[in-house]
Write a protein that binds this ligand. Structure first.
Ligand code: 5CA
Ligand code: ZN
Length: 426
């Protein structure tokens, strides 16, 4: 599927080191050093409501990672899915009387426009689940043939030519014996909280007939009034986690450099996607599992289901400069949970003005200090050192803030570094 246009990224003298990133699987800081090309997968949106600042913060974190890799001389291969058929989207479409495909198309278009306005690097492969249903059903069939998928009686499923339709589940215990996976050893997690998270995040621990309460759905058999596709595992549609395993493996192969997303996806989504991928390929899905903190608003995680949203499109329509939105998000550490306030945007606008005055094109900088003497090259190195240190954007911002006060010997170099590394064109 078409993504959105690529920002123009200048190159700057010198090279970043390979970034060090927090890895959720080992809870340690590791070097995300690509062997050849840096291969990145970031879980995409479920397009039933518009892009909010939580989404933007997550995609911006992985945009920053890509900028650091590129600055280090690495090529990047980036893939992202769009969950354009899933329960929350179908429920919203029914509730609002819109055809689910139209809802998905409209919201994906809005997401593209929001990402482009924020200068986010687009994925090379932007893959809608509805475009790869055959690949997903083939993967489910393979799991079934390896005895890692099983049927659960499904009285409300439509009958198939071969008998009653049935949902298919992944057998986590059997899969663990056959191909243990990296991110999750969910048997080590406390069962209570894990069951709660599973139920809150699309799972069905109380479904009768499952072998383990945490076994996730792989394939949902066709029901009256629900979208379904014919397939070798019966008419139906994919479960959630398998889509990301299949798309990531197809586009990036196994053992790719970084699997990313918000921390709300650690369990069960990334755990189960890693499990499916290991079962399908015999290899770990990724080398590093990287997760962003949750952006809150009005005291709760910003989420489409709660409706406490600050939409990127609404801020833009209200006249906010997308560069200021970007700077407001970069002023937070990507791994920390934080709460959005309008003041953060005011502060970011002030920062953007100060930077424009100090480093922007000369005509807007009339009146700025001319006698300045911090080394621009040293500022760039400070920015690089901060960013390779687990994407410390706040450190990079502080380096630029100080230089804006002191003045530098090469304004254009700092402006180019702000553009290349932070994605802000002054
Ligand atoms: N389609 C699935 C992933 S396969 C999904 O989670 N979609 S989503 O639209 O709910 O979220 C898209 C991305 O934004 C995910 O990486 C998610 O972790 C992240 N995200 C969602 N809400 C927030 C938030 N409040 N703060 C930070 N990141 C968020
Ligand atoms: Zn995903």
């Amino acid at each position: 599927m078409r993504a959105w246009s690529h920002p123009v990224i200048p190159s700057i003298p010198g090279l970043s080191a390979a970034p060090r990133l927090h890895d959720t699987a080992t809870d340690s800081i590791v070097e995300a050093r690509p062997t050849d090309v840096a291969r990145l997968y970031v879980c995409g949106i479920t397009p039933y409501d518009a892009t909010h600042l939580g989404h933007a913060a997550t995609y911006l974190a992985f945009d920053t990672l890509q900028r650091v890799w590129r600055d280090g001389g690495y090529r990047v291969h980036y893939a992202q899915n769009v969950t354009d058929v899933d329960d929350p989207l179908l429920e919203r479409a029914t509730a609002t009387g819109v055809a689910w495909r139209d809802l998905a198309r409209e919201q994906t278009d809005l997401f593209r426009a929001d990402m482009e306005s924020l200068g986010i690097i687009p994925p090379d492969d932007f893959v809608a689940v509805t475009d790869v249903i055959d690949d997903i059903s083939a993967a489910v069939l393979k799991l079934r043939q390896s005895a890692l998928a099983y049927k659960v009686p499904t009285p409300d499923a439509l009958p198939t030519p071969d008998g009653p339709g049935a949902d298919l589940y992944f057998d986590i215990r059997a899969a663990e014996r056959q191909a243990p996976w990296t991110l999750g050893d969910e048997s080590n997690l406390e069962p209570g909280p894990m069951l709660t998270l599973f139920a809150e995040r699309g799972g069905d621990p109380d479904r009768a007939g499952k072998r383990d309460r945490l076994d996730p759905l792989l394939w949902r058999a066709a029901r009256v009034g629900e979208p379904a596709w014919d397939s070798p595992v019966g008419a139906g549609r994919p479960g959630w986690h398998i889509e990301c395993s299949v798309i990531a493996l197809a586009e990036l192969g196994t053992d790719f450099t970084v699997q990313g997303g918000g921390s709300d996806l650690i369990f069960p989504h990334h755990d189960m996607s890693a499990g499916h991928a290991a079962a399908l390929s015999g290899h770990p899905l990724a080398q590093v599992y990287s997760h962003t903190g949750m952006v809150a608003y009005q005291g709760e995680k910003m989420s489409k289901s709660l409706g406490n949203l600050v939409l990127v499109s609404r801020l833009r329509a209200g006249g906010s400069d997308p560069r200021a939105i970007r700077l407001a998000l970069l002023a937070q550490h990507y791994r920390t949970d934080w709460e959005w306030t309008a003041q953060q945007l005011v502060d970011a606008e002030a920062r953007l003005s100060a930077w424009t005055l100090a480093f922007g094109p000369a005509d807007t900088a009339a009146g700025a200090a001319v006698s300045a003497f911090a080394s621009a090259a040293a500022v760039v190195e400070r920015m690089r050192a901060a960013l390779v240190d687990d994407l410390d954007t706040r450190g990079a911002l502080a380096a630029v803030d100080e230089a804006a006060v002191a003045g530098v010997d090469d304004r254009a170099l700092v402006a180019a570094a702000i553009d290349a590394l932070l994605g802000v064109k002054l």
